[in-house]
Design a protein. Structure first.
Length: 310
């Protein structure tokens, strides 16, 4: 009985994960041009940050080398590396740790399913193993997708105030690199994600990289359209020598308007999202609390009324 319950639970989780993956994969296909640009940016980023997979260099590097030898392994490593960078996880061993964790998670799920299905028939074992394989492959990727969305949301929320402060600091006469470094220091404890991105750009420029290329890499790392607009404005200002302070203040105002519109849209969707929990959980409990005492009283009165005469 316990094995059957666990099997149905894993099957339900697998189906739910498949539906979630399908929604994430095929839900946002209304802008083919934007999707193509995102694909080109992701390809350029993966080509720029990917390192060669070679045997040797430690256990984690050997794990990456073995995965790259598998069919489709190199592409999976590139996609995972890109998403880890867009999620703000950019440590040197991050890709190897993530790949090792997903493999171990997949193996543990398959072993657990084989143990639970050890006394069942072959078709049941096959279905359980396939469910464990799909769940072990899709669940870590969905967690990584959620981390990417969360990091991008934090960047979007931090961008209006940071751009406004950057325009104010530029108005005092500081150069762009000094102003970005000052803003990153001021915003370190409020918006650490965007402050770290600004500090990275400044360090790249100080190391001798062109400012335009540093901002292009910032856009590839984050994948946020608002940061792309900011980078385009700064690159054009640096190329043509135009003033940047007033433009940043206007852009910060537009970002605040966009943030308010997103908040209003989220509030408008809240009623629809609350409908299903209310119908499934709150209304039944409310009916039980309000109707059951009255029904019990009516049943008691009917029992007394139809009782044996004295």
């Amino acid at each position: 009985m316990i094995q059957s319950s666990l099997f149905f639970l894993l099957a339900f989780l697998t189906i739910a994960t498949l539906l979630w993956s399908g929604f994430e994969l095929f839900g946002d296909k209304e802008d083919p041009l934007g999707d193509r640009l995102e694909e080109l940016r992701a390809h350029a980023m993966a080509s720029g940050v990917r390192q060669s997979r070679r045997r040797g260099g430690g256990f984690l590097n050997n794990v990456l080398y073995l995965i790259s030898l598998a069919p489709g392994g190199e592409g999976w490593l590139r996609d995972s590396e890109r998403e880890l960078a867009q999620a703000g996880v950019r440590r040197r061993q991050a890709l190897a740790i993530y790949a090792l964790f997903q493999i171990l998670f997949l193996v543990v799920l398959v072993a657990l399913m084989l143990f639970l299905q050890r006394n069942n028939e072959l078709p049941s074992k096959f279905g359980g193993v396939m469910s464990a394989l799909l769940l072990g492959y899709l669940l870590p990727q969905q967690v990584l997708h959620r981390m990417v969305r969360r990091y991008r949301r934090k960047l979007r929320e931090a961008l209006p105030d940071t751009v406004d402060l950057l325009g104010i600091v530029l108005g005092t006469g500081l150069a762009l690199d000094q102003a970005m470094l000052r803003v990153s220091e001021e915003m370190q404890f409020i918006y650490p994600e965007l402050a770290g991105e600004f500090a990275t750009v400044v360090m790249q420029v100080k190391a001798g990289q062109e400012r335009a290329k540093a901002f292009q890499q910032l856009v590839r790392r984050t994948g946020v359209d608002d940061i792309k607009g900011l980078a385009t404005m700064i690159i054009q200002s640096d190329r043509f020598g135009t003033g940047l302070s007033t433009g940043l203040q206007i852009y910060a105002r537009d970002l605040r308007i966009s943030r308010r519109l997103r908040a209003e849209a989220a509030v408008a969707k809240a009623g629809i999202k609350m409908l299903f929990p209310i119908v499934l959980f709150i209304l039944p409990a409310l009916f039980v609390v309000t109707l059951v005492p009255g029904l019990l009283s009516v049943l008691q009165n009917l029992r007394q009324g139809f009782g044996p005469p004295r």
